[in-house]
Ligand binder design. Structure first.
Ligand SMILES: CSCC[C@H](NC=O)C(=O)O
Ligand SMILES: [Zn+2]
Ligand SMILES: [Zn+2]
Length: 427
């Protein structure tokens, strides 16, 4: 039985989280303006915090909100805390509570699209800064920037991609970035040092059309089905490594069909006795940061879409696999990266434990900062929480949310006040 009791008088911190969650920034029609107004209003209660809106599209319909808390030594590289404003859509009829109602159940769960991905972290950054300033013992050395960016869920091309390559961004002199991670069902927080790189692949087959009763070679459907067989073998081999415990999901190459398009339409569906002369399939492929992209391209063109079988393929890499120096897009999580050590220590001293650093299965805006060579860690402090991003009934528990604010207070305090990477940068 579903719990329909709702907590009526939430504490202000939870009420603010609910308010942010009630603004629908779901695609395809995200209300960025209301989200930014809400965040800006809240920021007025935080002393010293400066804000600006940035626009990178000619229509100015995809605003980016940037807060800055000035440090006492602005010559040091700054830290950036990033979250995205947008969400994926939700199917309300499949949810126990409306996805934009932020229902607060009597067992402390806040249900909403975006509760985990990733409105929690955006507001937690601000709450942490507010908490630190109210304590009065907070005096950051470095500038702290907090960005709320549009369009992450659709690739970030009009959001973080444009911001990261802008003059405004360059002026921020960012030395270290925290971006979103994922919930952890266990006791340890998860932490991510790389994303996988998405490729969109569309394979097209052409072939002889003919009567549905005739058996002949080289029909478009037959050619596409042959490709799908080969691709399925590759997919199984990759997935078997995961099933055998030899690799994590995010350490292999994933390849999943996302659309099939063929057939001759008729008023009642498809013409059933004609073999079509064209057929098409789309795939979502994800490469771990150390994969060999050239070998992958060869495999696709030679084995999956061979021209001798009248096949063509379009491969669209949604970003790059290497940074501007030609190095894989990954952030070191060892002592060679002083930011990492400070971050880890700060989580620990707030009573948190970090799991083994992982590659993220999916793809975030972090890749645009790693592309610039800026160390970037994916981290959303949610432990003992089922992974519900992009799922029905996405929720976060109040206690987890509040504990996350404490973790960020510790992390922000440590990162903004340590000195070492000035020399690290200068060398
Ligand atoms: C083409 S980049 C797509 C980014 C997207 N991010 C979150 O889900 C993803 O599919 O991983
Ligand atoms: Zn996200
Ligand atoms: Zn997402």
């Amino acid at each position: 039985a579903q719990n329909h009791h709702q907590i009526q008088n939430p504490p202000p911190t939870i009420a603010r989280f609910q308010q942010y969650l009630r603004i629908s920034t779901a695609h395809p029609d995200p209300d960025y303006v209301s989200a930014i107004n809400f965040l800006t209003n809240f920021s007025h209660s935080i002393p010293f915090l400066q804000s600006q809106n940035l626009y990178f599209t000619p229509e100015r319909n995809k605003p980016l909100l940037l807060f800055t808390l000035p440090g006492s030594d602005p010559s040091l590289p700054s830290i950036l805390l990033n979250s995205h404003l947008d969400s994926v859509p939700a199917e309300p009829s499949k949810w126990a509570h409306p996805p934009f109602s932020a229902h607060y159940s009597s067992d402390g769960k806040i249900f909403a699209r975006g509760a985990q991905d990733d409105k929690c972290i955006g507001l937690q950054y601000l709450e942490a800064i507010k908490g630190l300033i109210e304590e009065k013992s907070f005096s950051p050395l470095r500038n702290i920037h907090i960005s709320f960016v549009p369009d992450e869920e659709i690739g970030g091309f009009d959001g973080m991609a444009k911001f990261a390559t802008s003059d405004e961004f360059k002026k921020l002199n960012v030395g270290f970035v925290l971006d979103e991670g994922q919930a952890s069902p266990g006791d340890e927080y998860r932490v991510f040092y790389a994303d996988r790189q998405p490729w969109h692949i569309v394979i097209k087959a052409v072939g002889m059309p003919g009567h549905g009763s005739r058996m002949f070679d080289n029909g478009a459907m037959e050619n596409l089905m042959k490709s799908i067989e080969v691709i399925t073998k590759f997919r199984d081999a990759e997935f078997d490594k995961v099933k055998a415990g030899l690799a994590a999901n995010s350490e292999v190459i994933s390849m999943n069909p996302v659309f099939l398009k063929a057939g001759i339409p008729s008023p009642t569906g498809f013409v059933m006795n004609m073999q079509p002369s064209e057929a098409e399939a789309g795939f979502d492929l994800r490469l771990p940061p150390t994969a060999d992209p050239d070998a992958m391209r060869r495999r696709i063109t030679e084995e999956w879409a061979p021209s001798w079988r009248n096949m063509t393929v379009e491969i669209t890499a949604k970003g790059s696999l290497r940074d501007y120096r030609g190095r894989p897009l990954l952030t070191f999580t060892n002592d060679s990266n002083p930011w990492w050590s400070v971050f880890k220590q700060a989580v620990t001293s707030a009573g948190g434990k970090l799991g083994k650093p992982e590659i993220l299965s999916s793809t975030t805006d972090a890749r645009f900062m790693r592309q610039l060579g800026i160390p970037t860690i994916g981290f959303s402090p949610m432990k003992n929480t089922p992974i519900l991003l992009h799922d029905h009934n996405e929720f976060l528990k109040d206690s987890v949310y509040l504990e996350g604010i404490k973790v960020y207070e510790s992390v922000i305090k440590s990162l903004s006040s340590f000195t070492e990477p000035s020399s690290y940068h200068a060398q």
